[in-house]
Design a protein around this ligand. Structure first.
Ligand code: SAM
Length: 391
């Protein structure tokens, strides 16, 4: 008996889906995911043997981690569109960037234009289309709030003279990002500063995003995960490694012979005061000349933290770098555009962005001398109106 056309069609669809899933299961991205997951599971096993309470996720992050438990057993179709699932980390949803959202696209394009005037095309890295990359199409490239946030950070780093040194091709540098989320900034940074070893310290679960993403986007890179043996051995070879993933619970064991920049973005604000202090003290102890932070002093839903900028100021001399008069998730409003950015920034009664680009300079290395006020004293002025630097 012959199949009816309708029945044949239905089988065709099923077969097409099965073929697609089988192909995706064999894809480089999915194989990278499986490899990363093995590392993550081993990291979680190691972590279970450790009991340091200060390193346990804050109440804020315990809740977040539970929301993407499914990433521990992700389907190939999920990995194929990994970026669609990173809303768990930075809150951006693909739906918000769908076609025909013209007025929103216009606002993002205007913000991009203002940023390009400040940063130029040299530092601009659009969202790649791979792994479900999404955003508004502007001049043939994709951009979203994450893309512009990272670009803003690169501009702040350029303005504070951190970046030029890190872009020198001859000299290998070590950059340490604490709480790198889905790995978007690491992607941009490594694209413009290729001679850098990028160390990511985070909860192991986050490596399911960042490890899979970066391993797939940089197929030639040497990527290492610390999940066994000695961290010291890996750190001894850091110059030959492109990306190194270290679980947050191994903070005490993290002692490379060089750190050129420590970075934290939209992450200290979600930790406990003790956790932020542990990272700031570690960056100081490792002689990192700079600690860069883009954070609010505290996330509205986090009750376990006092003030990010005050804690940074205990060990690093902070300088606020103005970039835009609005926080990164916001668009520029008409008033801002009409008055000009500089004029608006100078105006006294302006509402300042609650996210601050702060570059902290290591207190002990400024002019080779200990800078007074390093511990237990009031934080110096960040150039902010009174009350803004603390809760
Ligand atoms: C909102 S996400 C931001 C991610 C990324 N920095 C960005 O801006 O796209 C916060 C990040 O901080 C990490 N994080 C939270 N608490 C942490 C801790 N105690 N140690 C290390 N990372 C932590 C989270 O796992 C996550 O990767």
């Amino acid at each position: 008996m012959q199949d009816t056309p309708a029945k044949k069609q239905s089988t065709e669809f099923t077969e097409a889906v099965q073929h697609r899933i089988a192909a995706l299961r064999n894809s480089v991205a999915f194989q990278n995911y499986e490899d990363v997951r093995n590392h993550v599971l081993r990291m979680k096993d190691l972590e279970a043997q450790r009991s340091e309470t200060v390193l346990k996720p804050s109440a804020y992050w315990r809740e977040e981690l539970e929301n993407f438990e499914y990433m521990l057993d992700a389907h190939p179709l999920i990995i194929d569109k990994l970026r669609h699932h990173s809303y768990h980390v930075t809150g951006l949803r693909v739906y918000d960037y769908r076609s025909n959202k013209d007025s929103v696209r216009e606002l993002l394009a205007e913000k991009l234009e203002v940023l390009v005037k400040m940063g130029g095309h040299d530092l601009l890295v659009p969202e790649p289309r791979d792994m479900g990359g999404f955003g508004f199409e502007i001049e043939g490239q994709l951009y979203n709030i994450d893309t512009l946030k990272f670009y803003e950070v690169l501009i702040a780093m350029q303005r504070s003279s951190i970046l030029p040194d890190l872009r020198k091709p001859a000299d290998r540098k070590l950059v340490w990002e604490i709480g790198a989320g889905w790995g978007g900034f690491a992607y941009q940074f490594k694209t413009i500063c290729s001679n850098v070893t990028y160390v990511i310290m985070d909860f192991p679960e986050l490596f399911l995003f960042s490890g899979t993403y970066l391993k797939t986007m940089f197929p030639e890179a040497r990527v290492e995960f610390f999940d066994h043996g000695s961290l010291g051995k890996l750190l001894g070879q850091w110059r030959d490694i492109d990306f190194l993933f270290v679980p947050n619970t191994f903070l005490d064991d993290f002692s490379p012979d060089q750190v050129d920049l420590a970075i934290n973005m939209v992450s200290f604000q979600e930790m406990t005061s003790d956790q932020v202090r542990a990272y700031v003290e570690k960056a100081h102890e490792l002689q990192s000349p700079y600690l860069y932070s883009l954070n609010r002093d505290r996330s509205p839903y986090n009750r376990e933290l006092l003030s990010v900028s005050n804690i940074i100021a205990e060990r690093f001399l902070p300088r606020q770098i103005p970039v835009l008069p609005v926080s990164y998730p916001k668009m520029l409003n008409k008033l801002t555009k009409a008055r000009g950015l500089r004029a608006r920034l100078k105006k006294k009664k302006v509402t300042r962005p609650d996210y601050k680009h702060i570059v902290g300079c290591h207190r002990m290395t400024l002019n080779g001398k200990h800078i007074p006020g390093s511990t237990g004293e009031a934080a110096p002025s960040l150039g902010l109106p009174p009350g803004e630097a603390s809760e």
